[in-house]
Design a binder for this molecule. Structure first.
Ligand code: PMP
Length: 351
């Protein structure tokens, strides 16, 4: 830290993204990406835009927003595009985060944003079984942020439970982060028409094979969208680059393909979960594209480092309340068979 840094930032502990190895020797199950490449139309659309990179992109994302509004079943005035959903979450913390609440175990970026913007942050514990008790969030009188399904547990609330939270906090914004919703939970986007305090965030990083392009969305009533747009235009009006706008538009046109891939990932997830349970591991009932695993006679660290030596990367959150577990992104059937075989060998070695 330099002596020039503003005191406000002296105690910042930055978010640490999952490892992105530079070589291809790993089966990569550590950052919840899609195991499938983008569809040919998406790659082609991005390539065509590369020819025009000397020109700024459309700051209004006109075409992309039109397609996204149709996909989400809302008006164009109800959706904005962002540089990944991390950006819309950042802006939500900036705009509404003075007093905020989120689960004590959830996406690791929430506490980082809270620190960055000096929020008074209430971290609400999970139940013993790692689920969120939605009643803990009723009438809190502060901004609420919940990932649904939650990460890294994969457990989901029902739309009815979320509606209770939104209704009982009518004086505050409720942010529902639907990064993983396409893998088996139910979206609350329809509720944005009924409640002006609900903001839903979406990403194309997982369900639409575009993690490297950085594309997320915020969906809400017109007033929240206007707030977020003011912040966007006060920081970086060109937040979604030309190639990403084109790739995102093409991905929406191929939505059926992406949804069928999400269903395939969900089927693989459930098959591997059954196999892991048979092998003595304990799992949460994940509705996301990852599994949250512990036990089987192995510590979280043993699973993580043992698999790493065997060429399989999973995520281990060391040092905290969940260090006995690992989070395993669901890859292709073949990748997951290798993961399972290697994990069982680790178990046998320990016996
Ligand atoms: N929300 C949750 C719960 C996540 O796990 C992630 C992925 N790290 C994000 C949001 C952000 O995703 P992105 O910025 O790639 O859209």
């Amino acid at each position: 830290m330099s002596s020039f840094l503003d005191k406000r930032f002296a105690s910042l502990e930055a978010y640490v993204p999952g490892e992105q190895p530079k070589d291809a020797k790993y089966i990569k199950l550590n950052t919840n990406e899609s195991p499938y490449p983008p569809s040919p139309a998406v790659a082609e659309a991005a390539r065509a835009e590369a020819e025009k990179l000397n020109l700024y992109c459309d700051p209004d994302c006109t075409l992309l927003r039109r397609e996204a509004a149709a996909l989400f079943g809302v008006g164009e005035e109800n959706v904005l595009a962002f540089n990944g959903s991390d950006e819309v979450l950042e802006f939500a913390f900036m705009a509404y985060g003075a007093k905020i609440a989120f689960p004590s175990i959830s996406y690791g970026f929430y506490p980082v944003f809270a620190r960055l913007f000096g929020s008074d942050a209430l971290k609400v514990p999970l139940r013993e079984d790692m689920s969120i008790d939605h009643r803990d969030y009723l009438s809190l009188g502060r901004t609420v942020v919940i990932a649904n399904p939650n990460a890294p547990t994969g457990l989901a609330l029902s739309p009815g439970q979320i509606e209770e939270i939104v209704r009982s906090n009518s004086g505050s914004v409720v942010v529902i982060d639907e990064a993983y919703v396409d893998f088996g939970a139910e979206s609350v986007i329809p509720l944005t028409k009924k409640y002006d305090n609900l903001l839903v965030t979406r990403t194309f990083s997982k369900s639409h094979s575009l993690a490297g392009a950085r594309l997320g969305f915020g969906i809400a009533g017109e007033e929240i969208i206007r707030d977020l747009n003011t912040i966007r235009n006060s920081t970086n009006p060109y937040n979604v680059n030309r190639m990403t706008q084109a790739a995102g538009t093409a991905a929406i046109r191929d939505n059926e393909l992406y949804m069928s891939r999400c269903r395939a990932v969900a089927r693989t997830r459930d098959r591997i979960a059954d196999e892991l349970k048979k092998a003595g591991f304990e799992l949460t009932a994940s509705k996301a594209n990852f599994l949250f695993v512990r036990g089987g006679g192995l510590s979280g660290e043993e699973i993580y480092s043992g698999l790493r030596k065997r060429g399989v990367l999973v995520r281990w959150f060391s040092g905290g309340a969940i260090s006995d577990r690992v989070r395993v992104s669901v890859g292709t059937e073949e990748q997951m068979d290798v993961f399972l075989a290697e994990l069982k060998e680790l178990q046998n070695e320990k016996k």
